[in-house]
Design a protein around this ligand. Structure first.
Ligand code: C5P
Length: 224
């Protein structure tokens, strides 16, 4: 028996904006029969809860954001943990422009990061999990059994995001606007977006979703 056998499986999948972390983590968790936790959705939920007060984000204090965070909980679902505000799943609204353009500001607040990290860690106390985000393999689960760092060229990430959003190939103008938006968010998030020294790097630019999921599942099975 290896020393790992005493601990539940944790797989971390980190990477920059729109690198496919969340969809990959969902598929990997389903194949492994464990739950998915999306830490970005927690940051988004805290931001959405704070936005409800209606005042300008550049005036927000960290204390007021933490008060909004108290209304956010992670509800265990069939296959994942769902972030809820006042008990309600906010779903697609969390990916709207208001949240996306403000979330990096919230994610810079150290006490908010500590709050999210505790919430994410608590899921792994009782379940095997695949968690995705920016710093899951460094700050949150430094001892995770498997750490993956997903990368893809910005223009490829933008193309996939637009395809997912509109269901059609983007025009050159749409592609360049989305690439610029992603690069701007990467810059804002760069401090907390770091690969763990022992992460397995997977460049998804030229490979299919099935292939990347297959590679991660195979690695996780080896280490399970
Ligand atoms: O992954 P997603 O794009 O949904 O994350 C939204 C935002 O949450 C990121 O732009 C980043 O500011 C923040 N985030 C973070 N650390 C994580 C996950 C997300 O700072 N582990």
């Amino acid at each position: 028996m290896s020393s790992f056998d005493r601990f539940p499986l944790v797989v971390t999948i980190d990477g920059p904006a729109a690198s496919g972390k969340s969809s990959t983590a969902t598929a990997v968790a389903a194949r492994l029969g464990v739950r998915h936790v999306d830490s970005g959705m927690l940051y988004r939920s805290v931001t959405a809860a704070r936005l409800q007060a209606g005042d300008a984000p550049d005036l927000w204090t960290e204390q007021s954001v933490l008060e909004a965070a108290r209304r956010v909980t992670l509800k265990p679902g069939e296959t994942d943990f769902v972030p809820c505000i006042d008990g309600t799943d906010c779903g697609d609204a969390l990916h709207g422009d208001a949240v996306t353009s403000t979330v990096s500001l919230v994610a810079k607040m150290s006490h908010v990061r500590a709050w999210v990290n505790i919430a994410v860690r608590s899921t792994a106390a009782s379940h095997e999990v695949v968690v995705d985000g920016r710093d899951m393999g460094t700050a949150v689960f430094p001892d995770a059994r498997l750490k993956v760092w997903l990368v893809a060229l910005p223009v490829e990430r933008a193309r996939r995001r637009l395809l997912q959003r509109t269901g059609r190939a983007p025009t050159p103008a749409e592609l360049s606007a989305e690439t610029a938006e992603l690069e701007a968010r990467d810059l804002k998030d760069r401090e907390q977006t770091q690969p763990a020294a022992d992460a397995v790097w997977i460049d998804t630019t030229g490979i299919s979703q099935d292939e990347q999921v297959g590679r991660i599942v195979a690695l996780a099975e080896e280490r399970r």
